[in-house]
Design a protein around this ligand. Sequence first.
Ligand code: 13P
Length: 254
Amino acid sequence: MRQPFIAGNWKMNKTVQEARELAEAIVAGVQALHDVEVALCPPFVALTAVKAVIADTPLKLGAQNMHDQEKGAFTGEISPIMLAGWVDYVIVGHSERRQHFGESDAFINRKVRAALRHSLRPILCIGETLEQNDRGETEAVLAQQLRLGLDGVSSTEAAHLVIAYEPVWAIGTGRPATPADAQQRCAFIRQELCARFGDVADAIRILYGGSVTPSNAPELLRQPDIDGALVGGASLVAQDFIAIVRAASQKQTA
Ligand code: 13P
């Protein structure tokens, strides 16, 4: 059984003080729900403050990005050895990094492998653009991002992966994929993972991301191949994020 997983990607939002307050409010609402794994992914400068807030709780900490090199002349970057032992998860290949920072599948693959080498669990984001979707290329795009992003990853390492299916056109638009479409894409992703890694694929959690809200979460999370959500906007509002975590908890007990 795959434990439901809800991760909040705060993106470039919240000062350190605001991050601390948001984390405190979320902890108060979710720490009694032991059947859902919850991770908070604040900006780098707020990792320490949020880590202190979640210290005695089951909540996990995630970074939003990482460089693949351990150290060196990469001004402004954060390395895997800085995050190792400090955070549990690291988001890799988010579409905003691909789009605005020109990250290639090859670079994303180096980050995935660096994360695994340092016992950080990568949340690898994949997803098609609106144009690719309109051209009927969605499955080809997902297959390619998986193949290139996971190049050189072994089946043993694959057990530590989380995949987030985030259609680019659904991110921050208030226009989520329908539960049926999201399920179909996540089932396709699982099939690709199965072809590549065998039975291990059954244990890999696949999240849906893109305009997840308290009102659409229950139906999305009810889908058999959607094991949780990577939440952007709604993760910045404690009550909304808590409601999404509750919906995931109900999936588990349903
Ligand atoms: P929204 O939930 O704001 O659409 O963002 C989704 C996302 O990009 C999470 O990584």
